[in-house]
Design a protein around this ligand. Structure first.
Ligand code: ATP
Ligand code: MG
Length: 351
């Protein structure tokens, strides 16, 4: 069988980490007697500058002709962020209704972290991707009067909470059976109490999962103090955004954090991407850490039912990361993007 992949390398370090990842995915599938067919799409900042849009109007249709999307990053200092972020990645998430953002955090042996005693940390943040504080509702009143009033309205709907919760409970069942809902229902009176109630209801359909309800402030402390006590975290859009950058630090930083944008039920192709952006400060130098993108690729293989191929990527990566001479500069090493990726390929071939 052939996996049909749409690759959107994008801008900055995006093309560098995607180029490092594609041969690894090809090798992983090849070892299982399968092939990878890649359609490369030139969506991103250059296209925006050339044609006035980061992606074509029929982007969603193009994506739907594939099994999954591997996305690098978008962003270029001379193009307004919203043209690219809204014009591409958020646009795709909305057009495909990719409701849930899955962000695993795993501390690999040998990878330095600013946080002590992280060995063995293995948790997943499930972030609701479409609502909450990021819907853009509200407005600016009395602008320029000296009494300016910025009103940001958060929207939380039962349907959206339910589908995120269902996904998180299912994931917890496949893992260590623990789910922590991140909330702030002690201070916010409408949205988060609804989250608490709906998630408890969904939990009744998953009796094997132990549910904990944790306030977001306490969760921030706990992620640093006792991350081993966490398995799956379920969070709304804002809290999930903030906590996943915090959690990425446990694993060694932005270069280590993969993610998946999926619609539970799987009727549309998922978009898999490193959590980091285009990293203009290191772009073009060939030193970006490809781990986040490689791990996103492994998630992609997992979700397409290619778990053996996915596991071969992760196992090889874990073996390579144990050795500091394979580390890129963000991990304190001197290896290049392509050296790290080549080491992973070599490791896969020697198994
Ligand atoms: P964007 O506007 O595209 O989000 P950004 O600079 O705001 O870009 P990131 O790209 O996420 O945000 O970068 C944040 C920091 O993390 C930068 O210092 C960057 O160099 C570093 N970083 C991000 N990705 C990587 C990577 N793959 N390897 C090494 N360092 C990285
Ligand atoms: Mg950024």
């Amino acid at each position: 069988m052939t996996v049909r992949l749409a690759a959107i390398p994008g801008d900055g370090v995006g093309p560098e980490v995607v180029a490092a990842t594609l041969p690894v995915l090809t090798a992983a599938l090849d070892s299982q007697g399968e092939a990878l067919e890649v359609t490369e799409l030139d969506w991103g900042a250059d296209r925006f500058v050339r044609e006035g849009a980061a992606m074509p109007a029929d982007a969603a249709e193009t994506v739907r002709r594939h099994d999954a999307v591997l996305f690098g990053a978008v962003g270029r200092p001379d193009v307004p962020d919203h043209e690219l972020v809204w014009g591409l990645i958020i646009g795709l998430r909305q057009q495909l209704d990719l409701a849930v953002n899955v962000r695993p955090v795993r501390a690999f042996e040998g990878v330095p972290s600013r946080v002590r005693d992280v060995e063995g940390v293995d948790l997943v943040i499930v972030r609701e991707n479409t609502e909450g504080e990021y819907v853009g509702a509200g407005g600016l009143a009395h602008a320029g009067t000296g009494h300016d009033l910025g009103i940001e309205v958060a929207v939380h709907s039962r349907r959206v909470i339910e589908r995120a919760a269902e996904h998180a409970f299912t994931l917890a069942e496949q893992r260590r059976g623990r789910l922590a809902l991140v909330t702030k229902s002690n201070a916010m009176r409408h949205g988060y109490p609804l989250w608490d109630a709906v998630v408890r209801e969904v939990g009744e359909r998953h009796p094997d999962v132990e549910l904990e309800v944790v306030l977001v402030d306490a969760m921030a402390a706990r992620l640093v103090q006792s991350p081993h006590s966490l398995d799956v975290l379920l969070a709304g859009n804002l809290f999930g955004d903030i906590l996943s950058d915090l959690a990425a630090v446990l694993a060694g930083g932005m270069g280590m954090a993969p993610s998946a944008n999926v619609l539970p039920g799987g009727s549309v192709p998922g978009v898999y991407e490193p959590v980091h952006g285009s990293a203009p400060d290191i772009a073009g130098k060939g030193i970006a850490n490809p781990t986040a993108c490689l791990l996103s690729g492994a998630m992609l293989l997992d979700d397409l039912g290619r778990s053996a191929a996915a596991e071969s990527v992760r196992t090889a990566l874990a073996a390579v990361l144990r050795l500091p001479h394979h580390h890129t500069p963000d991990l304190g090493g001197t290896a290049s993007t392509s050296q790290l990726a080549a080491a992973v390929l070599h490791e896969m071939e020697s198994r």
